[in-house]
Write a protein that binds this ligand. Structure first.
Ligand code: ATP
Ligand code: MG
Length: 562
């Protein structure tokens, strides 16, 4: 579909309405506002694609604003990873900004509010203040400090700022309405005392502004026209607007908060707090563990920026909460790698196969097509010899007619090579097959044009030459959780729902020798098995591959059988 024929999502509709009511296109400005307290995940990608997508569509600037008002949890490492991930996704921000850049301005505005009688210092305990808040059906009661004099409030607030009070002893509150039906409007806290070093402002501040007080004002300072956030902030909109009213000047752009549904993905968790637990408690190897729903985990797993952008686009922007099927994400990476990933042969569960009538010591370089989906991809050569590895599952001594692989007395084609027939097997003392003896049809070489080469046999299996194959480690991943919505259950620790078989390591798989030059991140289709990429743990001595995704959705099949 061409861009202008695509139907508008509801946020684009809001923007179009604003434009039709006289807003100038040049006034459009967006932001992506991560808190640097963790790595970005696939949910953030929805917000990134949305905001930067609008920037591209309307040719409008999009700021990257670090919402860094909580020094307890924020770190430079997270700032760096967030920038890396956004750039990797293919987006460019107009300006890199920090809420902490506005601490002085926010402070000055607060002093102004105190002077207008719109804010006061409360030094009751937090539990007492919580009690006075009331409930959604019961109005709150005013704090006894609500009517302190302006002079006293100014003195106390200054002392808070100077670090003269202990953490938790004093807060600055907005004076709004303790009986508002919206609990957030019941004199919300604007500042708390926190004696923590901040990743940017160091020891400068002993008080830190709360999210609600910071976010809208930061939007205002940056002239953001549309401040898009997730649905849990819907009730905050009234407060967002109230805070803006206190500082807004008619001649300025007035930012508008609008909400959309969070992106949830099945079989995973998306809260940074929970992802941090998985990292800190060692359930995964790090934020970039290939099983993590983080952007860095997906990248390491073999996902591409385009597959994530395509996924975000096709999952869409919703008004109501929902769960997107992980299979949709997998569809997009499979779809892309099908077109771009070179085909190679790899054997994950090897059994030896000897071609008894193939000359001892002979080697051939057979031609193999790199990617039938890409005419430009060309051909490579693969070494062939008397002793090969094939997949153990590709052979059975006896099998029914539906088994189109190798069985005793029957023929199969070795991919890019010859037709072989299985004659006998050798077994160890446990009865496990150690060698399969075959004979080959010398005239049946693929692509040789002979009559024998065109002979149809039911099955084709892949192989690697024992003498030439590279020993590799292969890591197979499954869903990280056994439950479709692991964090939706009350009274169940989400960690008890972790899939104990989410990682299977194959220490000795074999791949064709051409892969010796493969580099970290390179993707391949291991024919008949799936898409794999080279992990960062790979060394020249030992390649390490991650399975990005299987060729088909094997999970769906398993589920159906149950
Ligand atoms: P978390 O709960 O994972 O810690 P958060 O909302 O606290 O997420 P922020 O860093 O504050 O994380 O999020 C930055 C931006 O990304 C916000 O605008 C937020 O609304 C948006 N965002 C976060 N998670 C999702 C999600 N799952 N789907 C869509 N947007 C999201
Ligand atoms: Mg947040």
């Amino acid at each position: 579909m061409s861009e202008n024929k695509k139907s508008l999502n509801f946020l684009e509709q809001i923007i179009e309405d604003d434009l039709s009511k006289g807003m100038d296109r040049s006034q459009l400005r967006f932001r992506f506002p991560p808190e640097p307290n963790g790595y970005l995940h696939i949910g953030h990608a929805a917000s990134i694609c949305l905001n930067f997508g609008l920037g591209i569509k309307y040719d409008a600037p999009v700021n990257l604003r670090f919402d860094d008002t909580n020094p307890v949890k924020e770190e430079q490492e997270y700032v760096d990873s967030i920038k890396t991930d956004i750039e990797w996704l293919g987006f460019k921000w107009a300006e890199e900004l920090y809420s902490s850049d506005y601490f002085q301005q926010l402070y000055d505005w607060s002093v102004q509010m105190i002077k207008m009688g719109k804010a006061y210092v409360d030094d009751q305990s937090s539990s007492l203040m919580a009690e006075q808040k009331g409930t959604p059906t019961k109005p709150g009661t005013n704090s006894p400090f609500r009517n302190r004099s302006v002079a006293e409030n100014l003195t106390l607030f200054e002392k808070m700022k100077n670090g003269e009070f202990d953490e938790g002893s004093h807060v600055l509150r907005a004076k709004i309405d303790m009986s508002s039906p919206n609990m957030l409007m019941r004199d919300p806290v604007m500042y708390r005392v926190l004696k923590k070093s901040h990743h940017r402002t160091g020891e400068d501040w002993k008080i830190y502004p709360m999210y609600d007080w910071t976010h809208g004002e930061s939007d205002y300072i940056e002239k953001i026209s549309h401040s898009l956030c997730t649905l849990e902030f819907k009730h905050h909109r009234e407060l967002y607007d109230w805070f803006l009213d206190q500082v807004y000047d008619e001649k300025d752009i007035r930012p508008k908060q609008r909400e959309f549904a969070r992106r949830n993905l099945s079989y995973t968790v998306m809260s940074k707090r929970k992802l941090l637990q998985l990292v800190e408690e060692g359930y995964v190897s790090g934020w970039d563990d290939p099983r993590m729903p983080t952007i860095s985990g997906l990248r390491r797993r073999g996902y591409t920026p385009k597959s994530i952008r395509d996924f975000s686009e096709s999952a869409g922007i919703a008004k109501r909460d929902n769960v997107t099927d992980l299979a949709l994400l997998e569809f997009h990476i499979r779809n892309e790698l099908n077109k771009t990933a070179p085909r190679v042969m790899a054997v994950l569960n090897p059994v030896k196969l000897v071609i008894t009538n193939y000359p001892e010591g002979k080697e051939e370089l057979l031609s193999a097509e790199n990617n039938p989906e890409d005419a430009e991809a060309g051909f490579r050569t693969v070494p062939f010899s008397k002793e090969l590895y094939i997949e153990r599952e590709d052979f059975r001594e006896v099998a029914n007619k539906k088994f189109f692989r190798l069985k005793l007395g029957k023929e199969v084609r070795l991919k890019n090579a010859y037709i072989i027939k299985a004659d006998s097997v050798e077994k160890d003392e446990n009865g496990e097959i150690t060698v399969i003896y075959c004979t080959y049809d010398e005239d049946s070489k693929s692509g040789s044009g002979t009559e024998a080469s065109q002979r149809k046999v039911k099955g084709t299996i892949h192989w690697v030459s024992v003498a030439h194959a590279l020993k590799s480690e292969v890591r197979l991943y499954d869903r990280l959780f056994i439950d479709e919505a692991p964090d939706s259950h009350k009274d169940v620790d989400f960690k008890t729902l972790i899939n104990p078989e989410s990682l299977e390591v194959i220490p000795e798989a074999f791949v064709e020798p051409g892969l010796a030059t493969a580099k970290t991140g390179d993707s391949f289709q291991f024919q008949r098995l799936g898409y794999f990429n080279v992990d960062k743990d790979s060394t020249p001595e030992k390649l390490v591959f991650n399975r990005t995704v299987a060729l088909r959705d094997s999970w769906a099949k398993i589920e159906q059988k149950k």
